[in-house]
Ligand binder design. Structure first.
Ligand SMILES: [Zn+2]
Length: 427
């Protein structure tokens, strides 16, 4: 979760800077404090985390890139907040480039950190954009329970999650300034991860990522109040990484270093020890935990710091391993299946309208295949109409205007061997 700002104009005054320090980049540390959680021992947490990564059952068998379907909810109260599709497309592109390490600004990573830089086998695909007008002035973050989560509830002026167990839902709205500063975003990690001390987080309809409209879309440089943020779409990268299990690199421990009372860590072995967060700047001399000979400075280029978005360009190899492990375990279901064996037909085959009197459309979502055969059969099992597609066309349409009313069956066969049946009522 991230609250983030960047100053665009050199003319901004020091008093403005003080004001801007009230901005909150992300709310994950707030969440920790407000729950007043007691963490178990750090060493045990790291050990458990290492076990999860090394015992990942799918890691050795999966070479392909994992694709995560994304539903974007634009919850707006005016035209400025109703960001156009360009913002959505730009944000998905930035997520992809950042996770796949294809972003041009990786050249900004200091030489000493290059051996640690990781490329994630994770990409994101826009499945749906939902626009919802609201009269809620601001969605105000308030810890646990979190008041901003009403953005995820249609009846409360937000927009209900779409299949949150199978898709990454991202809400874009005005997160406002409650709780001590302008908030740029927040996310819920999977519950129970060892590097989060086994903390429990909201799941189901509340699972996902929330981004302030000012920070969404990469090219957003919209004025808000007297502060201008130089967001480059990295807020969503940071928040999605929380959603995939990563913590802040300084461990949310208010400046403690290893050996200090209250020390916490991100549970990641190849991020240098950092005592405290960056302050939306890019101070490459910053070294909040100096461990003597061989010590590395703070990795301000890491997406999980609070450095300026223009400064952030890297996940480390072990951060990548954890996120991929989460996608193979706690969030296994949100991956678009690479194999038909993993496919859940019941939630991914769409037949509409049903009942039908004109046409019936059949769509297959979230699956890569070679061929799909569709047969519309009557109650005697006789094929009335048939269609065949390849992977480039995900849906077919049957004209049913001439058919007698009654119950029909739609048979779908994927790659010649995996069959699924749906009942269709023609009236
Ligand atoms: Zn954060």
């Amino acid at each position: 979760m991230k609250l983030k700002f960047t100053f665009l104009a050199a003319s901004l005054s020091l008093s403005m800077f003080t004001n801007a320090q009230q901005l909150r980049r992300c709310a994950s540390d707030d969440y920790l404090k407000q729950l007043d959680m007691q963490y178990p021992g750090f060493e045990q947490s790291v050990k458990s985390l290492s076990n999860q990564i090394s015992n990942d059952p799918n890691k050795k068998t999966r070479a392909e890139t994992i694709t995560v379907p994304v539903v974007v909810h634009i919850v707006y109260k005016n035209a400025t907040e109703n960001l156009t599709d360009d913002y959505v497309t730009a944000q998905i592109d930035i997520l992809n480039k950042s996770f796949l390490r294809q972003n041009a600004d990786t050249t900004g990573l200091r030489t000493e950190f290059k051996p640690f830089a990781g490329k994630a086998n994770i990409q994101f695909m826009l499945a749906q954009t939902i626009r919802k007008s609201t009269t809620v002035p601001e969605f105000t973050y308030s810890g646990s329970p979190n008041g901003a989560d009403v953005v995820k509830v249609t009846a409360a002026g937000g927009s209900d999650a779409i299949s949150p167990d199978k898709k990454l839902n991202i809400w874009v709205c005005d997160l406002g300034g409650g709780g001590g500063g302008e908030l740029l975003g927040y996310a819920y990690p999977p519950p129970g991860l060892p590097n989060w001390g086994g903390m429990q987080f909201p799941t189901g309809a509340l699972d996902g990522v929330v981004i302030d409209f000012m920070a969404f879309g990469g090219t957003s440089k919209l004025p808000k109040g007297n502060v201008t943020w130089g967001c480059k779409g990295k807020t969503a990268v940071h928040e999605v990484a929380h959603y995939l299990g990563l913590r802040h690199i300084w461990g949310d421990d208010n400046g403690a270093c290893q050996g200090d009372v209250g020390f916490e860590d991100d549970g990641i072995g190849d991020t240098p020890h950092a005592g405290d967060m960056s302050n939306s700047d890019c101070n490459k001399n910053k070294n909040t935990c100096n461990q003597g000979a061989g010590d590395l400075k703070d990795m301000v280029e890491n997406y999980m710091d609070y450095s300026a978005e223009s400064c952030q360009n890297t996940f480390t190899k072990q951060q990548v391993s954890l996120m991929e492990s989460v996608l193979n375990n706690q969030r296994l279901q949100i991956r678009i299946p690479l194999k038909i064996d993993d496919y859940d037909f019941s939630s991914n085959v769409a037949v509409f309208p049903n009942p039908a009197d004109d046409v019936v459309n059949v769509g297959i979502m979230n699956l890569n295949y070679t061929t799909a055969e569709f047969s519309l059969m009557n109650h005697l099992g006789q094929t009335i109409q048939a269609e065949k597609t390849d992977n480039s066309r995900k849906s077919v349409t049957f004209d049913v205007r001439e058919l007698p009313t009654g119950i029909y069956f739609l048979k779908i066969v994927i790659d010649g061997k995996y069959a699924h049946n749906e009942k269709v009522l023609i009236q």
